[in-house]
Design a protein around this ligand. Structure first.
Ligand SMILES: [Zn+2]
Length: 444
């Protein structure tokens, strides 16, 4: 009797030593390791019994929705069988023996990842989070630990706005257009795997994406970011912080007169896409890429705010946001959604050479005099419409008055992957970029 009592007391004392949050999680690599400390010991027995007696389905080891003798029997089998070597050198919750270091991701028992690098693909989502889900229980559907991933939750408004029936929910066609652009990115992945990024939009379409939802009401505009943050607090699961960008799709922001297509945090996780009366697959997909680009550390001139540079061939540039990038060397958009690959030549507005154009080989008649001038001349060319120009010193119809050195930028190679910090909202006072552009504002 005394021995039994003291054993009970010991058991209670030991259970009290185990942090309650670690009880009954059960490691996928050692199912009897209920307290998740990578070894089998009395803590596991005690925690198992505790959870079993409380009816906690976390110890439903045969996953049949009930606790019964079979779960005890399975636990004992696992306990007696012991754990494999659970050494986890890089601390990413994947034991070294499953990190096969060959770039071939099969499943949680063959991850292809580097056992010495907790984020093998460099997308700032840890290998363990991408394979097992996060410690808070967020499963990252579709994530790969050997190819870069970006996740966006899309919440939208629908209703009658200013006499128009609108539904700003992203569509499968919008998602496909974006997915294609990011899949073809020139952003490198490890192990000589193909370049590219998997972008995942959650607009409530199912198959693991059930976070996106229609927002209640039909406000004509919402304030960024006070209203925005209120909606986010109510409709964005906090366990997604640091893993998902959060985007609201609506009519307008900040005022009833604002025709801007969107607003975004620079190096952040929040943005809005506001399609007013010009919602279409192309306009929405291109604007998602544009606003997301600001989250990823891109400006309207790539590395700088200088806008409408004819040689900056990116949807971040107002010249190309809706018209797509230039694939012929003419500096005019050809409808392709892409960020810049940074291959165009520098343009010195004080000494423009028409024969060089923007790519060094296709001539452009900058001053529109119908002849190709063999000699360099000065002209302000980062202007509002495609063929608008101004003399140096005049900002009429142009982004700025100065004649400068205009430079392209390799967007894909300069994405800020550290913008999200797992489990937290990012910096409290981010820089905001309002995108004062809409179809037809500058370009036909
Ligand atoms: Zn912008």
């Amino acid at each position: 009797m005394n021995r039994l009592l003291s054993s009970c007391a010991l058991s209670i004392a030991i259970v009290a030593l185990v942090p309650s949050a670690t009880i009954a999680q059960s490691s996928p690599y050692c199912p009897a390791d209920i307290v998740f400390d990578n070894e089998l010991n009395f803590f596991d027995v005690s925690a198992f019994l505790d959870s079993y007696l409380e009816g906690d389905l976390a110890v439903d080891l045969n996953n049949n929705g009930n606790l019964e003798f079979f779960d005890i029997s399975l636990f004992l089998q696992y306990f007696i069988g012991g754990c494999p070597d659970l050494t986890d050198t890089d601390g990413d919750r994947l034991p070294d023996f499953v990190e096969t270091d060959d770039g071939i991701y099969m499943d949680s028992f063959g991850t292809g990842t580097d056992p010495l690098n907790a984020d093998t693909d460099g997308d700032f989502l840890s290998d363990g989070d991408e394979v097992l889900g996060t410690v808070d229980g967020l499963f990252l559907t579709g994530a790969s630990p050997v190819m870069k991933d970006i996740f966006i939750e899309c919440d939208w408004f629908a209703g009658n706005f200013e006499g128009r029936d609108e539904n700003y929910r992203p569509t499968p066609a919008v998602e496909a257009r974006l997915a294609n652009a990011f899949f073809n990115a020139s952003t490198a992945n490890p192990y000589d795997l193909p370049d590219g990024i998997h972008i995942h939009l959650d607009y409530g379409q199912g198959n693991g994406f059930t976070g996106g939802n229609q927002l209640p009401g039909s406000p004509v505009f919402i304030l960024f970011d006070s209203d925005f943050n209120n909606y986010k607090a109510k409709h964005f699961d906090p366990i997604r912080k640091g893993y998902f960008h959060y985007a609201i799709f609506g009519d307008r922001y900040n005022s009833t007169l604002n025709r801007s297509s969107g607003v975004a945090e620079f190096n952040g996780d929040d943005f809005m896409v506001t399609m007013v009366d010009y919602n279409s697959t192309v306009n929405m997909a291109n604007t998602i890429a544009h606003e997301l680009g600001h989250n990823l550390g891109l400006r309207h001139g790539g590395f700088e705010n200088r806008n409408r540079k004819p040689n900056y061939n990116s949807v971040m540039n107002y010249r190309h946001q809706f018209n797509g990038i230039d694939i012929t060397g003419s500096s005019v958009g050809n409808g392709v959604l892409d960020y810049s690959h940074g291959v165009n030549i520098d343009l010195n507005e004080n000494a423009l050479l028409e024969l060089n154009g923007v790519n060094g080989s296709v001539a452009i008649d900058w001053n529109n005099d119908t002849i190709l001038d063999p000699n360099p001349y000065a002209l302000n060319i980062n202007c509002n419409s495609t063929f608008a120009t101004a003399p140096c010193g005049s900002s009429s119809g142009c982004y700025d008055a100065n004649c400068d050195l205009l430079r392209d930028h390799d967007d894909w190679d300069n994405i800020n992957w550290s913008r999200l910090v797992s489990g937290t909202d990012r910096v409290p006072t981010p820089e905001l970029i309002e995108c004062d552009n809409w179809p037809g504002k500058f370009l036909p």
